[in-house]
Design a protein around this ligand. Structure first.
Ligand code: FAD
Length: 390
């Protein structure tokens, strides 16, 4: 496995970018998040602002026009975005996984052609892996890219749950280029797939939460992709290429979990001082104190695990175990804290006028996306043995 690129940042540069993100959140995200979420409406204006700040190139190297941020800074950005509205962080996340796959495994021509356009947001999108019949077991995919002379490949198949695929225009597309290999991943290849003839967005999917952002079913019918878009130029490496990119994706999911867990905590700390029952604020009841203490501990532990994983990634180390632990713990923390916040808020937690019900609807996705939490446990256990062989 190729290690991630080593990145550093001066503290004052990090402060400047976090200040810009915080201004964006205060001015553009917080006032509009609730209305857009309830209307399930795409945040077009926010996307334009994110382009201006450079977020579509957050982790892309400066030599390709990106901000070249280390994963540690990126995780702080994602935490802040998700604290305000998780959907906004999703717009950049899978886009940057696609970019990471090209930057780590692409040919020099592919990097020069695509990374600058990914960085500006001119081309933006995500990753198309999951299919109607499989998500965790990616070696079972059925989308086939058939070589057609020297020109390129013809793709047929379907993809499911693809984030950013209605408004986006370019995707890292996982296919099978050889159906006969054992194991199957040796016949899997990853392409840079720009929208074009035969690339169809079949339908937008209705979801419990994660509103605003587009998640769709895609169908490929004789979709032609040029041979120069095969990432790295060699067939059979697609699964490994995309799974390496998912380390950054898992750190992103963990940071989103920290954002939701912290927002649910802060709302509860505030509300517990305002709401009175039996003549005193509810934070003086021990039952509420126990909840607040558990919520605070979970949020902080999630933050530290996420920082640890992001630091390992930033140092250029293999960090699938660290990213898996952070993703597992922080996503569960978000789920538990959003439910505890609802209990602290009583009926108001159930109301659309408070943000708690949105966090409660958004958080469960974190246990599913970028590899389910069951899969994270398997990855963690395998790495534990691998790193401690006797
Ligand atoms: C809102 C949303 C956005 C998404 N965005 C994208 C995207 O942009 N691109 C993309 O490619 N996909 C995307 N996905 C799909 C997501 O990555 C998959 O849903 C996820 O990988 C799980 O796959 P699955 O849903 O097919 O579940 P399955 O693989 O069918 O799993 C079902 C259950 O079985 C468990 N399980 C499976 N195998 C094992 C095992 N070996 N051991 C123990 N338990 C196991 C799982 O943990 C899960 O609990 C998105 C999904 C959602 C809901």
């Amino acid at each position: 496995m190729t290690n991630p690129p080593i990145r550093t940042i001066e503290p004052e540069d990090e402060r400047a970018i976090l200040d810009a993100v915080e201004r964006f959140i205060e001015r553009d995200v917080k006032p509009k998040a609730s209305a857009l979420d309830h209307a399930d409406e795409y945040p077009h204006e926010m996307v334009e602002r994110m382009k201006e700040i450079g977020l579509f190139g957050a982790t892309i190297g400066t030599e390709y026009g990106g901000l070249g941020l280390p994963a540690t800074t990126y995780a702080k950005i994602v935490e802040r975005l998700s604290y305000a509205w998780m959907s906004v962080s999703g717009i950049v996340n899978s886009h940057l996984i696609m970019a990471a796959a090209v930057e780590r495994f692409g040919t020099e021509e592919q990097k020069k052609k695509y990374l600058p356009r990914f960085a500006t947001g001119e081309l933006r999108g995500g990753v198309a892996l999951t299919e109607p019949d499989c998500g965790t077991d990616l070696q079972a995919i059925r989308t086939v890219a058939k070589r057609e002379g020297n020109q390129g490949y013809v793709v047929n198949g379907a993809k499911m749950w693809i984030t950013n695929s209605y408004y986006g225009n370019c995707f890292a597309l996982l296919t099978k280029t050889d159906l006969t290999t054992t194991p199957a991943h040796r016949g899997m290849s990853l392409f840079i797939a720009e929208k074009g003839e035969g690339f169809k967005v079949n339908r937008k999917l209705k979801k419990l939460g994660y509103h605003g952002i587009d998640t769709c079913e895609l169908v490929f019918e004789d979709y032609r992709v040029p041979a120069e878009n095969l990432i790295g130029g060699t067939e059979g490496r697609g699964l490994q290429q995309i799974l390496s990119g998912l380390e950054l994706g898992r750190i992103n999911i963990a940071a989103r979990g920290v954002g939701i867990a912290s927002a649910a905590l802060d709302e509860s700390v505030r509300y517990a001082q305002l709401r009175k029952t039996f003549g005193k604020p509810i934070h003086e009841h021990q039952a509420i104190q126990l909840k607040l203490a558990d919520m605070a501990t979970r949020a902080q532990a999630a933050r530290l695990l996420t920082r640890d994983a992001a630091e390992a990634y930033t140092r250029g180390e293999r960090c699938d175990m660290e990213a898996g632990m952070a993703k597992l713990f922080a996503s569960e923390a978000a789920i538990e804290n959003s439910l505890d916040a609802m209990r602290v808020h009583g009926a108001y937690g159930y109301s659309q006028e408070f943000p708690i019900e949105r966090m409660y609807r958004d958080a469960p996705l974190l246990a599913i996306g970028e590899g389910t939490n069951e899969l994270q446990r398997i990855i963690i256990a395998r790495q534990l043995i691998e790193r401690n062989r006797i």
